[in-house]
Design a protein around this ligand. Structure first.
Ligand code: 6PG
Length: 251
């Protein structure tokens, strides 16, 4: 399948609560890591920011700390807020605290997107160079791209209406989010890059996400293709892990 093709319908799984969803997501990442290492000798994952992944990272950093071969794992990010990596708002800082500081991953295998005071445009170009050097211009990128979704349909830092959503060439862009976002200057991978992932793994919890999940999964009335989250499809599959309160009635 080409990265711009939609592929099979998403695989949707609903769990009774956010805790059960976190357990399932962590177990899914462990299973993907094992399968990737068995098949190709390494596991590559793009992490998401936001609050939903944090309990998943904590489980990976505690209960599952020895279940992944970290010396064969390469960690990337799907998006980043342009703040210092030790700023509490940084996606890297959150992932570091919840997961990366707790496991035996070599710092050289953790590829954060943004350093303090870097001009965003240059940081985006450097990250794209890194990704292309790691994965090559053809073929798959990440074994797993973990994605959250905003109530407005954004995912990574792909904001509805932003030209980055329709970018067909560049893999990484600097974007400016609306003032409702905690940090406006951001870096994001584009759909053309994220859609080279083998598995796109969405996680969403809570009632505030139910409407957008229904729209993305096609059971709402608004045309889903305007929503960035509806643009992402893994080459081997797209999974949506939801808790009961985020799940539309039809899921
Ligand atoms: C970010 C994200 C973003 C996030 C969604 C959902 O940097 O903010 O990567 O796309 O995943 O906004 O966030 P919550 O999990 O906090 O609802």
């Amino acid at each position: 399948m080409k990265p711009d093709e939609k592929g099979a319908p998403p695989d949707v799984r609903v769990y009774p609560n956010a805790r059960a969803l976190a357990d399932a997501a962590a177990a899914e990442i462990v299973a993907q890591a094992r399968a990737s290492i068995a098949a190709r000798g390494r596991f590559t994952i793009a992490l998401s920011g936001g609050s939903t992944p944090r309990p998943i990272y904590e489980l990976l950093g505690t209960r599952h700390a020895s279940d992944i071969q970290w010396e064969r794992t390469h960690v990337f990010f799907g998006d980043e807020r342009c703040v210092s990596p030790d700023d509490a708002r940084s996606n890297y800082a959150m992932a570091h605290e919840a997961l990366l500081a707790r496991v035996a991953v070599a710092p050289a295998r953790v590829h954060r997107m943004y350093e303090a005071n870097d001009p965003p445009q240059g940081a985006a170009e450097r990250y794209e160079t890194l990704l292309r050097a790691t994965f090559g211009d053809e073929g798959p990128t990440f074994d797993v791209a973990l994605q959250g979704v905003g109530a407005d349909g954004h995912t990574a830092s792909l904001i509805p209406g932003d030209p980055a959503v329709d970018e067909m060439a560049r893999w990484v862009l600097a974007v400016r989010a609306p003032d409702t976002f905690e940090v406006r200057d951001r870096l994001t991978l584009t759909p053309v890059c994220l859609n080279r992932s083998r598995v796109v793994l969405f996680v969403a919890t809570g009632e505030s996400k139910r409407g957008v999940v229904a729209r993305v999964l096609g059971s709402g009335s608004a045309p889903a293709q305007t929503l960035p989250a509806a643009r992402l499809h893994g080459m081997d599959g797209t999974r949506w892990l939801l808790d009961a309160s985020a799940a539309p009635a039809s899921a």
